[in-house]
Ligand binder design. Sequence first.
Ligand code: ADP
Ligand code: MG
Length: 267
Amino acid sequence: MNNYMSRKKMARIITVASGKGGTGKTTISANLGVALAQFGRDVIILDADIEMANLELILGMEGRELTLHEVLSGKCDIHDVIYQGPSGVKVVPAGIKLETLKDADPERLTQALSELLTLTEILLIDAPAGLGKDALAAISAAEEIILVVNPDVSSLSDALKTKVVAQKLGCKILGAIVNRVENTQAEITAEEISAILEIPVIAVIPEDRNIKIASIYGDPLVLKFPNSPASIAIKRLAATILGERIVEPAERASILKKLVKGLLRRK
Ligand code: ADP
Ligand code: MG
């Protein structure tokens, strides 16, 4: 799935992967997608996590009937399965297991995905966990991988296995995200994780109870609680991915102060 022959625009394909499930891939995909859209980027999130299809729940857009599956069986067009989400982020539900999709009609899947890539700047893939066929299909589609790790030994050792496979598949690993950090003694530190995985840690996202509260409302965290610690970390991550720099609240205050001072001086 790496050769998209008929690509018009060069979309970045970024897969959010991990070793085991429950590390926070879907939470991060949804909120990162919204944050990237807030930076004015065209983003499509491909929900490839079929077993735990909760991306749409997090974004408050569940119950979409047409999926990539229907596109591949010729029932509808790719444009029919691109759903508008909050802040302009778009979501394409895969519908059934990616590997099944591939088996059914690889030509059609390639065509559908390459068409998707002409319609967006960034295709974010919320990958299934582990190294099963689905996960491998998602990983092999990716040019860039972000590995979501929790600061514990089992998550780290699973992430290491995924990293090795991803590198064998020729994917560029952007880095690791350490999620659910509580800064306790028992936790493996971001530095240790970076040293063991031999990749940079591009974000440290704290444990944040507002994630659960936001999900009850069906709103993504970055919209419901934009100043929550995990929101700030995810927005910073979006900026890192785009190579941009965001203005922190404290910095904004000082910029405002300078601006106000400047304006007052003119009077
Ligand atoms: P995955 O997609 O990797 O299986 P999810 O994104 O579904 O993981 O997250 C698993 C659970 O962990 C969810 O209940 C989610 O709300 C919670 N969670 C994820 N990240 C955080 C965080 N930083 N703080 C608190 N809870 C989190
Ligand atoms: Mg998930």
